[in-house]
Ligand binder design. Structure first.
Ligand code: SAM
Length: 207
């Protein structure tokens, strides 16, 4: 997976490549998908949600440019796989998932793997997680129509935010908040993601 799917594309960060080779992706997929756990594709994880393709996980992680000291916010825990990858590359991970069964499952697997610098919360991550802000890096793994303002507010100076934005035909956006507060951003590649459902995303059904 690392050589064929990541290094042959544009994943160059050696720490990211090493961690992608170490984290057991098969532990994060449902039993019915284990055979395909390392294939070059997203997979269903139940409740209409997906675990992202390995390349997209690696790319989003690489764009965060982590050095090992950061406190990272992940919005959209899903299977817990992205959180597991992050956990090996930064100081701590705060991950937020709106669907309780997924949050519980991810918490259990991360605990079994001893990844105890990850905290999984249930809630609407489109509001970020103000209790623990600011964050040195923020990664969002579900797509809102627009960048949720609370996420920008909770990004520390010098921090990076990676998020798929704008539907349909989302673009992966990389945003850098420089020292002094000024921001710059660029569109990286077109991507496909499940919607970010919540106050600063797509309204939940029945609202
Ligand atoms: N990072 C995940 C992984 O490694 O498996 C993939 C996440 S999946 C593509 C997107 C997740 O975002 C889903 O589990 C979905 O329930 C969650 N989600 C959607 N809207 C959310 C919100 N407002 N707050 C938190 N989680 C949300």
């Amino acid at each position: 997976m690392v050589e064929r799917q990541l290094a042959r594309r544009d994943i160059r960060d050696r720490r990211v490549l090493a961690v992608m080779g170490e984290v057991p992706r098969h532990r994060f997929v449902p039993a019915a998908e284990v055979r395909d756990a390392y294939s070059d594709a997203p997979l269903p994880i139940g409740y209409g949600q997906t675990i992202s393709q390995p390349y997209i996980v690696a790319l989003m992680t690489q764009l965060l440019a982590l050095t090992g000291e950061e406190k990272v916010l992940e919005v959209g825990t899903g299977s817990g796989y992205q959180a597991a990858v992050l956990s090996r590359l930064c100081r701590s991970v705060v991950s937020v998932e709106r669907l309780r069964p997924l949050a519980e499952r991810a918490r259990k697997i991360l605990g079994e793997l001893g990844m105890d610098n990850v905290t999984v919360h249930e809630g609407d991550g489109s509001k970020g997680w103000p209790q623990e802000a600011p964050f040195d890096a923020i990664v969002v793994t579900a797509a809102p129509p627009r960048l949720p303002p609370p996420l920008l507010d909770q990004l520390a100076e010098g921090g990076r935010l990676v998020i798929p934005v704008g539907a349909p035909g989302w673009q992966l956006l990389e945003l850098h908040r420089k020292e002094g507060g000024e921001t710059s951003s660029r569109q990286v590649i077109p991507v496909s993601f499940v919607p970010l459902v919540g106050r600063h995303g797509i309204p939940p059904e029945g609202h």
